[in-house]
Design a protein around this ligand. Structure first.
Ligand SMILES: NC(=O)c1ccc[n+]([C@@H]2O[C@H](COP(=O)([O-])OP(=O)(O)OC[C@H]3O[C@@H](n4cnc5c(N)ncnc54)[C@H](O)[C@@H]3O)[C@@H](O)[C@H]2O)c1
Length: 359
């Protein structure tokens, strides 16, 4: 079996060192960072890296055994000289599109791009074109799409044992680019990536965070999303962080505490009641690393030519929801029809790299 040559662009937290931030009690399974994922995967060899910060790459090289000659401050040079099969783009969203487009147009066969996909809809559309025109396998780092607990949650919904899915709830949508990018992708997945028809939204921080079309911060945002199959999703802004619910005609599946606990309740006729929900069993499952599963999905796509579980169109769909919420807020909460057209808003925080926890 062929071993694929992998390279990471953006060697900081999610690129390389976030594994050191995961406390023991978390349900997250390691490997978590891209570099740790490639190191753990027997079908990939981590051969090179690129970052603007040489000091971060020194730590990267020590931890992942990437020699100095294969550490680059110019990602273009790295792609040209090292010719990797798979490239990770673990930069901030403002620095994502240009790199993904360049990689897709210069021979890279698979891309693992961090979320949020891009800082504007125009950038996201250019990424879709570059990836599709060059037949590149693509996954966005919305990890829950590859988490086994959510696979079980989806299996229960899809089985129909709880009746028709009606409502999806994100209890704490949070900041749109950093947090909601995960949640919005999750509700798309739980509803089988059915198309959306409209979105409404509100940003409690108000309009002072805009400078014309430029968004100066990653805004907190909530809203409502309507799917073509009559399912409605509510992206709430409550303090119940990392919790999600699927409500069906005949019961409910809920994830508590970021995948620590799972609950099924089924409607039952209870004598003297009109019918209540009683607890049922959430099936056993093996907790696995979602990063490892995402990388295996890319490897499988490279081996077979089959599509990945994510794909660039899925990434575009969740990006539309982010910008749809923003556009609705700017238009006094009106319903924004989807597909989204003419959104000119661009996130630009001028971000500088964060300090990764290297040990
Ligand atoms: N999937 C997850 O669970 C998860 C968790 C944490 C972060 N993230 C995402 O990962 C991304 C990165 O987050 P982070 O906290 O690691 O950010 P960070 O700011 O710590 O790291 C970004 C790195 O990219 C580098 N960079 C910027 N421009 C570059 C260029 N042109 N060429 C090479 N390197 C460049 C920076 O120097 C920096 O080291 C964000 O989009 C974030 O939302 C995802």
């Amino acid at each position: 079996m062929k071993t694929y040559r992998a390279a990471v662009i953006g060697c900081s937290r999610m690129g390389a060192f976030i594994d050191n931030e995961v406390p023991d009690y978390e349900a997250i399974k390691l490997p978590y960072s891209h570099a740790a994922g490639y190191s753990a995967e027997e079908r990939t060899d981590l051969i090179a890296c690129a970052d603007l910060r040489k000091d971060v790459m020194v730590h990267f090289g020590e931890k992942y055994n990437v020699p100095k000659d294969n550490q680059y401050t110019d990602y273009r040079e790295m792609i040209e000289k090292e010719n990797p099969d798979i490239v990770s783009v673990a930069t901030q969203p403002e620095h994502r599109a240009e790199i993904v487009i360049y990689a897709a147009q210069h021979g890279v066969k698979a891309i693992y791009a961090e979320k949020a996909m891009a800082s504007s809809m125009d950038e996201a559309a250019e990424m879709v074109s570059a990836v599709e025109q060059n037949n590149v396998a693509f996954n966005l780092g919305t990890n829950r799409r590859w988490e086994t607990g959510f696979d079980k949650m989806k299996e229960i919904i899809d089985s129909g044992e709880l009746g028709k899915l009606r409502t999806l709830i994100i209890y704490s949508n949070g900041t749109l680019f950093n947090s909601a990018s995960h949640h919005l992708d999750l509700i798309l997945r739980l509803n089988n990536d059915v198309s959306t028809t409209w979105v409404t939204g509100y940003l409690p921080q108000g309009n002072s965070i805009f400078d014309g079309d430029i968004l100066k911060v990653d805004p907190i945002g909530g809203g409502t999303i309507q799917f073509e199959n009559d399912v409605t999703a509510h992206a709430l802004l409550t303090p119940r962080s990392s919790e999600w619910e699927a409500i069906c005609d005949g019961g409910t599946v809920t994830c508590w505490n970021n995948g620590w606990q799972w609950h099924v309740r089924k409607k039952q006729d209870i004598p003297g009641w009109r019918g209540g929900n009683v607890p049922d069993t959430f099936p056993e499952f093996n907790r696995e690393s979602s990063t490892a599963n995402l990388i295996k999905d890319l490897v499988h796509s490279l081996d077979t030519g089959e599509p990945t579980r994510g794909g660039v169109r899925c990434a575009y769909a969740s990006t539309e929801l982010i910008f749809g919420i923003i556009e609705s807020h700017l238009n006094n909460g009106v319903r924004i029809p989807l597909p989204l057209e003419n959104s000119k808003i661009r996130l630009d925080r001028n971000p500088s790299g964060r300090r990764p926890k290297v040990k």
